[in-house]
Design a protein around this ligand. Structure first.
Ligand SMILES: Nc1nc2c(ncn2[C@@H]2O[C@H](COP(=O)(O)OP(=O)(O)O)[C@@H](O)[C@H]2O)c(=O)[nH]1
Ligand SMILES: [Mg+2]
Length: 240
């Protein structure tokens, strides 16, 4: 064939193919590196929108209950005004209403981290429902596959009725342990009916602990009200 008789044409062809592969690889790597979206999740009234507003405008503002996600690109700064992340981050506040929260899953493929906000003053009463939402997030296929780090922000520490972070950890781990038992039973039924199987959270035969997960789960106390958010912003800065 004429093409292969000409060494120059052959070299040009090889160079062209290599260039296309290289451009493709750069595109894939950049796409991964550009995952700089942080999701703010949690039950209604936990303080998600208050946190979003604080991080975005660095001030308090009356929060409005929204049926839609709040999204913004922001540059986090320290007290002296210096940037604490290399590039601006994308912040998404997903409404906690039971009928809307499932939409968080649409953002998981681009999530760099999840900030799961808990109301430390009411979580004692709502541990079950909080754990159900958290379980969903932890078992999400993107969380497990991409090992998305999660910070559980135990908010409203300014109120004297706030439970200590260690107590909240014990409560949530115990509830997830219970949920895991019922959900694995459901999975076994699904398996026999041939449906997709969810990942088992933690170690079989051992009580559930966040530290058994492959992705990092960190619990911290914070107060959006008092602007006590350093543990959250430092966590973001470390990941960005
Ligand atoms: N005392 C106290 N109240 C807070 C704090 N963070 C949020 N709140 C209040 O909790 C309520 C719910 O906050 P919001 O951001 O709307 O919750 P969301 O439903 O999770 O978006 C509002 O009245 C906030 O002012 C906090 O750190 N301390
Ligand atoms: Mg809100």
């Amino acid at each position: 064939m004429a093409l292969f008789d000409n060494p120059l044409a052959l070299i040009a062809l090889v160079v062209l193919v290599l260039a296309i592969i290289a451009i493709g690889l750069i595109f894939i790597v950049q796409k991964k590196a550009n995952n700089n979206t942080y999701l703010i999740l949690g039950a209604t009234d936990a303080g998600k929108t208050a946190l979003f507003t604080r991080l975005r405008y660095n001030k308090k503002s009356p929060t409005i209950t929204s049926m839609k996600e709040n999204e913004a690109t922001i540059q986090l700064v320290d007290d002296s005004g210096a940037a604490i992340t290399k590039q601006p981050i994308q912040l998404v506040d997903v409404p906690g209403h039971e009928r809307l929260r499932f939409r968080y899953a649409d953002f998981m493929p681009i999530a760099r981290g999840v900030i799961f906000v808990v109301d430390s003053t009411t979580v004692g009463r709502s541990a079950r429902t909080t754990a159900e939402y958290l379980y969903d997030v932890l078992a999400n296929q993107h969380t497990t596959k991409s090992r998305i780090p999660i910070i559980i922000a135990c908010n409203k520490t300014d109120l004297f009725t706030a439970l200590p972070t260690s107590k909240i950890q014990t409560l949530l781990e115990a509830e997830i342990n219970r949920l895991r038992a019922t959900r694995s039973a459901a999975v076994e039924q699904q398996e026999s009916s041939g449906d997709a199987i969810a990942d088992y959270l933690g170690y079989e035969g051992q009580d559930f602990k966040f530290e058994h997960l492959e992705n990092d789960v960190t619990l911290i106390g914070c107060s959006v009200e008092n602007g006590d958010l350093n543990s959250i912003t430092e966590w973001i800065a470390d990941l960005s």
